[in-house]
Design a protein around this ligand. Structure first.
Ligand SMILES: [Zn+2]
Length: 369
């Protein structure tokens, strides 16, 4: 990695990020560099300069499965893997322009959620951030790509050449549910990158800004009607992040709406939808508290049931004028509003009445101080 800063005054003064020394090493800069085992700090010269380091891309998510991987023919990783989240000191109100360039073999292509420039670089701009680091999924290499318009989003589906990833089926599902997606979240991103790969990549789905990964082996629709790709898609379009130990809100909404997309698009009928909800009920029955930073399995199943109930209550109490869709749209505009207190206020504001009695029954942790 080479981070080159061009400036003619001391605008960007300091760049520092935490590092895992096993993964980030060989740091050097012409001047102003401080490296410890945990942190790198670069005091950026007023006339600009260059910071250099090496990143080991391969990263195991569990003992045998990668969530970042490079082979001789392709590389699949997130922008955050190359450039860890940095803290900066800079002149107030100053803003940077960021271009990312890869030097790759001539037959390689680089896919990302960022728009390519004519000179082959990528313009990196993260909405609302003065200092933009590369984020989201990247696939570089000898790749197979498929491009389509999905509800106004420029969607690219990519996988390593020769990989069994079912890009066409996946694109067909996205285009099929597109009208329903747009009705739920009117402000969709301009671009979306979907990448997939087979073993030894991680056997699940993972979302990033304007991008998502799903393992080649995962079905579009599972036996219990869950859909890994639609679940990750909902994470991407809602952008909601888990705050204050309320990961169940983020995971439950993604799971609930992946099922809603199937129901509203007519992909599954009423009876199968009811059995999917019953399945979530059974799986989440033993859950006593939803609170926690990592909602999965039974907790998320329980959260789906809570949102199913909440949707019913919102519709009944407003004679059908309000629904969970209003909540999703509000969260898409304010992704930090999943913090329990703010979330409660948000739901109350949608209905114009207190929902405390609902939460007392369904999610008491939301009312705890
Ligand atoms: Zn999720």
């Amino acid at each position: 990695m080479r981070v080159r800063v061009r400036q003619d005054a001391s605008l960007l003064r300091e760049l520092s990020f935490p590092i895992d020394p096993e993964r980030y090493f060989d740091f050097s800069a012409d001047e102003g560099l401080e490296v410890t085992d945990e942190r790198v700090t670069w005091f950026v010269p007023a006339s600009g300069g260059e910071l250099r380091y090496t990143v080991r891309i391969d990263h195991l998510r569990d003992p045998a499965r990668y969530d970042a991987r490079v082979t001789s023919r392709w590389a699949l990783f997130r922008g955050e893997d190359l450039f860890p989240p940095a803290r900066t000191r800079r002149l107030r109100e100053s803003e940077g322009r960021f271009t990312l360039r890869f030097r790759v073999p001539p037959e390689w292509e680089v896919l990302s959620a960022y728009p390519p420039r004519r000179d082959g670089g990528l313009t990196v701009r993260n909405p609302g951030r003065a200092f933009s680091q590369p984020q989201g999924w990247f696939l570089a290499g000898e790749v197979r790509t498929l491009r389509e318009d999905v509800a106004g989003m420029e969607v690219t589906v990519g996988s390593p050449e020769g990989d069994p990833f079912r890009d066409r089926d996946l694109m067909a599902l996205l285009r099929w549910i597109a009208p329903e997606l747009q009705a739920i979240v009117p402000e969709l991103p301009d671009r979306l990158l979907v990448v997939g790969a087979d073993d030894p990549m991680w056997r699940g789905g993972l979302s990033g800004p304007r991008s998502l990964y799903v393992h080649s082996d995962r079905p579009l629709l599972d036996k219990d009607w869950t859909s890994p790709v639609l679940h990750e898609l909902m994470h991407v379009v809602m952008r909601a992040r888990s705050r204050g130990g309320a990961d169940w809100i983020v995971e439950g909404l993604a799971e609930y709406y992946s099922l809603e997309l199937l129901r509203r698009s007519g992909t599954i009928g009423a009876a199968n939808h009811a059995s999917a909800i019953a399945n979530f009920e059974a799986r989440g029955r033993e859950v006593e508290s939803l609170a926690g930073d990592h909602s999965a399995g039974a907790t998320t199943a329980r959260a789906v049931v809570v949102f199913h109930e909440l949707d019913g209550v919102l519709r009944d109490a407003s004679q059908g004028r309000r629904s969970l869709d209003d909540l999703v749209r509000a969260l898409a505009e304010d992704p930090e509003a999943t913090h329990p207190e703010r979330f409660r206020v948000l739901v109350d504001s949608i209905l114009g009445a207190s929902m405390d009695s609902f939460w007392r029954r369904w999610a008491p942790s939301l009312l705890a101080p």
